[in-house]
Every structure is written in C-alpha cells, then in structure tokens.
Design a binder for this molecule. Structure first.
Ligand SMILES: Nc1ncnc2c1ncn2[C@@H]1O[C@H](COP(=O)(O)OP(=O)(O)OP(=O)(O)O)[C@@H](O)[C@H]1O
Length: 245
C-alpha cells in the first residue's frame, strides 16, 4: 500500500474542535510522512490528546478533514493499521498481562502461533517478560504504561499513535523504548507521539508545537531552534509563544 518514502500517512486539514462553546483546537493543518517520528509538543491542556483522538476517530471533530493513508477518517477498518496507546491505560486489571495481551491480539486479528510469538516479542521489548502471568492490578504505574505500549505494538501497525508514551517510565527503559521506536521507523512504521518534555521532543524527526489549541510551528527540532536563533528547543518554544512568561 505504501511504497514511497515521502508518502503522506496523515493529512490533517483545517481541523477545529469545540467542547460546548469552548474551542480547543483552532484550524489545525499538518501532514505526517511515512517512517517519521512526529511529535506533538505542548503544555498540559493545549489540545494534544484531543488532536490524537480526532486522528483515530475516537473524538469527533467539529469541522475539517483527517485522512490516514489516503482514507477519510473515521473509518473502522483503518484501525487494523493503527496502534494506539492512550494516556490513561485501558487495561483489564483483574486479568493477567497475558490475558490482556491475548484479548487485544484477538481484537486485532493476531492469532495462532504468530500471536504467542508476538506476545513474547513485545513483552521482551518492554522488559516485562517475567511478569506475563501477573495480575495487572498488581502492576505499578510504569509497568502498566509499558504493557499498554506492548499491546499497541502487537499487530505491527503501519501507524503508531502514542499519547505521552514514556510518562512514569525510568530513563534506562525510556532509552530502550526510543531505540525500539527508531527500529520500527527503520522498518517503515510511522509514529505520532505527544509529549510535554523537551528532551523527548528533541528526539523526534519533526515537531508540531501547540498551545491553547493552536499549532504554532512545525519543523525538525534543529530547524525550529535555528529559525528562532535559539540555543535550545525550550527557547524556541518560548519564542513561538508556546510558554507564557
Ligand atoms: N471531554 C471534554 N469535555 C470538555 N472539555 C474537554 C474534554 N476533553 C478535553 N477538554 C478540554 O480541552 C482542552 C484540551 O485538552 P487535552 O486533553 O486535549 O489537552 P492535552 O494537551 O492533551 O493535556 P494533557 O497533557 O494534560 O493531557 C483542555 O482545556 C481540556 O479541559
């Protein structure tokens, strides 16, 4: 389906979102290209989660269009091609990790021997292999995050959307998760993630800076720094009005 490196995987066109009479996204337009890590950087309440939920169709937009792989969203069968990790973990705490993984694997149509193999692979990746049979209710917050990430990777989606993926994850594991994200993009996976952490944003190929539902700038971290003659990304963000003084 995708055979061109600069193919647009996500196209957001003039998206607005209102909750009641409060407008939380203002005329957002952006493109995400194949095999890049695109970060949505913004402070708490800036609209990051709302935007990613609109991308996958979990929230309705008030106006504008979203295309994923050329298909106008929302479209249920596109979800087979998308891995989504929400900010709050959607896990069955009374079940074991294995039971959670098996449940989501069957939702995604991952079956048989391939399913057992993928479960082992994703749990190894997030360093939870020895906790496979533990009830998720006994997991720590960081372990739940890692399990959620593992679940989003189960069906090897072409597009991975991660809402604050490394919150509550220690620095060493965070590094190994970033290595894995990089190896996924090397294989052609496109990744969109939200963050409010600058050192994480720096690792993205391109960034969309957002504040109060407005997209302030989109470019690579270095280009954003250079364009504003800043020495850090944080300075660039301040320059664009991302942080109120
Ligand atoms: N279901 C809802 N009903 C009404 N307002 C909402 C709803 N969901 C989000 N909002 C509002 O929309 C704005 C954007 O929220 P959103 O969760 O998208 O921000 P965010 O950047 O993801 O924040 P955080 O980093 O804290 O998760 C906020 O003002 C929030 O209060």
């Amino acid at each position: 389906m995708i055979n061109n490196d600069d193919q647009c995987v996500i196209s957001v066109q003039h998206v607005n979102k209102e909750y009641g009479n409060k407008q939380v996204l203002h005329d957002i337009s952006l493109n995400v290209f194949k095999a890049e890590i695109f970060g949505i950087l913004g402070p708490s309440g800036s609209g990051k989660t709302t935007l990613v939920k609109i991308l996958i169709g979990m929230e309705q937009r008030s106006s504008g269009d979203v295309y994923i792989l050329g298909t106008l969203m929302p479209k249920l069968n596109m979800l087979q091609q998308i891995g989504y990790m929400a900010q709050s973990d959607a896990l069955y705490t009374e079940l074991t990790a294995l039971e959670n993984l098996e449940f989501f694997a069957s939702l995604y149509g991952v079956r048989g021997q391939h399913r057992s193999q993928r479960i082992q692979e994703v749990m190894e990746l997030v360093n939870l292999k020895e906790h496979l049979y533990k009830q998720v209710g006994q997991y720590s917050g960081g372990m739940k995050r890692r399990l959620s990430l593992a679940i989003s990777l189960l069906h090897e989606p072409a597009l991975l959307i991660l809402d604050e993926p490394t919150v509550g994850i220690d620095p060493i594991l965070r590094q190994s998760i970033w290595r894995e994200l990089r190896s996924l993009t090397a294989k052609g996976t496109t990744i969109v993630l939200t963050t409010h952490v600058m050192d994480e944003a720096e690792k993205c190929d391109r960034l969309g800076m957002i504040r109060d539902g407005e997209l302030l700038a989109v470019d690579s971290p270095q280009a954003l720094i250079d364009a504003t003659q800043s020495s850090t990304l944080e300075e660039a963000f301040i320059h664009y009005g991302g942080i109120r003084s």
